[in-house]
Design a protein around this ligand. Structure first.
Ligand SMILES: [Zn+2]
Ligand SMILES: [Zn+2]
Length: 825
């Protein structure tokens, strides 16, 4: 017979909700603890990844409540964006309707899992009461000079008809649809995240993040120290700046490599001298995938720009080439090419017959230009480098840099790989950028009292080749807030990553209609104590949120420096070794499993199958195993309920058998293990394993009716420790058993189970017996065995007697808890 999970789970979900036990208080005496899982897109159905993710957050929430904290675990929806827009198009509806429908379905699923969310704090980024403040933040950024508009080449996804941030391009493809991303020149809004580049590299202080995520962010930000060198264009005297980490090679620079996206190239293409070949070359390259362009084995190609510049260190002429193998993403975009000492430049120069010059000679002094088959990239001795000749190439770097500084040819500088965050999106379902364009006044911000700029409902969706907002005439045409004249609205909407860059702070005060949140509320809850989400957000959401948080700090809205103190990046749920996905056809619907086995089983399986940061492989057998385990727990209580309830909590130690003492050890060891594994390490799987092992030990005792009353007390305790130990993982069944055994409070009120250290001492101990330093046997004895008794037993050991034959025992030494050493000859 199966335990009645359906009845039990519904019952406790109702009780928790009625008693509002998961509603966090903003004025509590208790210490606060903030558990946050990344919010989902309202796709309309929870998937296994969500269930796994939120089971982890819920276990931590309940655990912290048992510890006596004022815990907040809020939930919301990342509701703007293309998935929602496309979903509505597909269902011939409006995203406003489908999104709310989906949210209701998902909230129902959250509740059927029994997750302890504070629903009073729910946010949805597509509701005006939320996106109003996103627009407000845009204005604040604008006022501080951190939001600006510029024309530039951007990542363009033809399929999604929108721009993508660098962070949203994965291996040259759109992170959303997987299609190749192209470069397109557009006027775009940017947030100046680069102003915070240096600070974003600092992970000290409260931050307890996985090393892997820190490394990913550091690499993404990509700080490098080097030298900016100014070349002058021949004829015009215009400056062309390059950034290099190798000033030691400057005397060997024979050409300049520019990407077609470089502003100078854009300018040249509009000048009379631009040839059709140059035009075509640039267009072709810009249509290529950026990753492919820079791959090592890609054929390097280029076209001479017809222009030269002058190497400031030696006055030599340097040809300027437009090439496919450099990108605007690094340094200034322009690369000073040193063919003899850089492999890519070497290949390119050989192909196009560009002059080369050796400036670093090898140790044997036998590097000959004509014989070179590849670039010489090792350190060496400088040659052809004027007064630096003879210097070690590594040592010369700072010397040359200083010399150029002095002579105003360049400057020591730090550069970052990180670029400003392009936030303009040409889609309907997003937060409108609160800007109005007036012919007279130019760019005008929408006044605060007119926020939010509401998204118009009457919009034509579907396969459009442009932003659907452009077609809503009465929305686009408006009046200028400054002069009252005719004006146009900005039709770009904000990247949805803007919406998710501050939601964690809104939860602290989500009903506030005067400001995004009060500082007092933010200071009470931030930083988030435990954040949980996927590693795929390492260089997107997790970076943007840190930037936003630092900005909020700088305008006095929050006090702390970082949004997320502890971060857990949970693994994926896989099936047959691959991530669950519709396209692979290996999706398991959580609702089906919940209906069949209950929420506690699903949670147990998820948390037991692997440590939370590792991927977990879905297994039907595993789910059934978790279900069987909960049934076995249920049965032990069901079969022995009266005995467990009526057993005395005190007993006489002398009346306990060795087996019952072992059970007592098992009980206390299990509790110790559960506490230890959760508190210090969040290793739920080993904590659950300890409970499972303990249950086996209880079953090992057999029928408790056969025990004496003192032993029955120990047996009852062995059972009674299970509900509080299991509460974080399987809360419904735990509450039910807790109540069945006569308790009137709820488990989070009962607090964490305790253990007695004295009972953790093993009752038996193994002694090694040595004769003249050699191991000759082992004996297992009760812990409190006397030294005399130990000596006696050691001498009685069969193998020991064999080795003592014909010898006289001179001395026996007992090392407590370890060994008995016999001296004999
Ligand atoms: Zn796309
Ligand atoms: Zn105006």
């Amino acid at each position: 017979m199966e335990y009645p999970f359906e009845k039990i789970e519904k019952k406790w979900q109702n009780i928790w909700q009625e008693k509002k036990i998961f509603n966090a208080s903003n004025d509590s005496e208790k210490e606060s603890y903030y558990v946050l899982s990344m919010f989902p897109y309202p796709s309309g159905a929870l998937h296994m990844g969500h269930v796994s993710n939120y089971s982890i957050g819920d276990a931590i929430t309940r655990y912290k409540m048992m510890q006596g904290y004022n815990v907040m675990q809020p939930m919301g929806y990342d509701a703007f964006g293309m998935p929602a827009e496309n979903y509505a198009i597909l269902h011939n509806s409006h995203p406003k309707l489908t999104t709310e429908e989906n949210i209701n379905i998902m909230r129902g699923q959250f509740n059927s899992m029994g997750f302890g969310m504070d629903w009073d704090r729910e946010v949805s980024t597509c509701r005006p009461d939320y996106y109003r403040w996103g627009q407000w933040f845009f204005k604040k950024l604008y006022e501080k000079g951190l939001a600006y508009k510029k024309k530039s080449f951007v990542n363009w996804c033809e399929d999604c008809q929108t721009v993508l941030a660098n962070e949203q391009v994965e291996d040259g493809n759109c992170w959303r649809c997987g299609k190749v991303v192209r470069q397109k020149e557009l006027e775009q809004w940017f947030f100046k995240i680069t102003d915070y580049a240096e600070e974003l590299l600092d992970f000290s202080g409260v931050m307890d993040w996985p090393e892997r995520v820190i490394t990913m962010q550091k690499n993404w930000i990509g700080r490098s120290e080097g030298t900016r060198i100014d070349f002058k264009l021949e004829g015009t005297g215009e400056a062309l700046s390059v950034f290099t980490t190798r000033p030691d090679t400057i005397f060997g620079c024979t050409f300049m490599a520019l990407p077609p996206e470089h502003p100078l190239v854009t300018k040249w293409l509009q000048e009379p001298g631009a040839t059709p070949e140059m035009q075509k070359f640039c267009e072709d390259v810009m249509n290529e995938d950026k990753i492919m362009r820079t791959a090592e084995d890609t054929t390097k190609k280029g076209i001479y720009s017809g222009r030269d510049c002058i190497n400031p260190v030696n006055g030599e002429k340097v040809q300027i080439w437009i090439t496919n193998y450099v990108l605007m993403d690094y340094g200034t975009g322009a690369v000073m090419a040193v063919p003899t000492h850089d492999q890519r430049d070497f290949e390119f120069a050989r192909k196009y017959d560009i002059p080369m010059k050796i400036v670093i000679q090898n140790k044997n002094n036998d590097l000959v230009l004509e014989e070179m088959k590849e670039a010489y990239i090792e350190p060496g001795i400088l040659v052809n480098s004027k007064e630096f000749d003879g210097m070690d190439s590594i040592e010369s770097q700072s010397a040359i840099s200083a010399w150029m500084n002095e002579n105003q040819m360049g400057e020591s500088t730090i550069t970052f790989r990180l670029r400003d965050w392009g936030i303009s999106r040409q889609r309907y379902w997003g937060n409108p950028i609160p800007v109005i364009y007036c012919d007279k006044c130019g760019e005008v911000l929408v006044p605060d009292e007119e926020l939010p700029v509401l998204l118009p409902d009457n919009v034509q969706l579907g396969k459009t080749t442009s932003n659907p907002l452009l077609s809503v005439d009465d929305w686009v045409h408006t009046t200028c807030p400054k002069c009252g004249g005719a004006a146009r609205r900005e039709t770009d909407t904000m990247d949805t990553f803007v919406d998710s860059s501050w939601y964690f702070a809104r939860y602290a005060d989500s009903a506030n209609d005067k400001e995004p949140f009060s500082k007092a509320a933010a200071d009470m809850w931030l930083p988030v104590d435990q954040y949980i989400g996927g590693i795929e957000h390492a260089c997107m959401h997790l970076l943007y949120a840190r930037f936003f948080h630092k900005f909020m700090r700088d305008i006095g809205m929050v006090s702390c420096n970082e949004p997320f103190a502890k971060l857990l990046t949970q693994g994926m749920v896989t099936k047959d070794g691959a991530k669950m996905s519709k396209s692979k056809g290996n999706v398991v619907d959580p609702q089906y499993i919940i209906d069949r086995f209950g929420s506690d089983t699903v949670r147990m399986f998820m948390l037991f199958s692997s440590p939370p940061e590792k991927d977990s492989e879905w297994s039907d057998t595993g789910v059934k195993g978790a279900f069987r385990f909960l049934n076995r727990v249920w049965r032990i209580f069901d079969d022995n309920l009266n005995l467990i309830k009526s057993a005395s909590s005190t007993y006489n130690n002398d009346n306990l058998s060795e087996d019952i003492k072992k059970l007592r050890f098992s009980t206390h060891h299990m509790v110790w293990k559960v506490l230890h594994d959760i508190v210090d390490r969040l290793q739920f799987n080993t904590a659950i394993a300890a409970i499972m092992e303990h249950l086996n030990n209880i079953y090992g005792i057999g029928n408790p009716e056969a025990l004496n009353p003192d032993e029955q007390s120990v047996y009852a305790e062995a059972c009674l420790k299970i509900p509080p130990a299991m509460y974080c993982f399987a809360p419904h069944i735990s509450e039910e058993l807790w109540q069945l055994t006569g308790n009137t409070n709820l488990l989070h009120e009962a607090g964490l189970p305790g253990y007695n250290k004295d009972y953790l001492v093993k009752e038996e101990i193994t002694y090694v017996i040595q004769i003249m330093g050699k191991v000759r046997g082992k004996i297992v004895v009760p812990v409190n065995t006397s030294a005399d008794e130990l000596k006696k037993q050691a001498l009685e050991n069969e193998n020991v007697q064999k080795h003592l034959e014909g010898k006289t025992v001179r001395k026996i030494i007992v090392v407590p808890k370890k060994l008995v050493s016999i001296v004999a000859n």
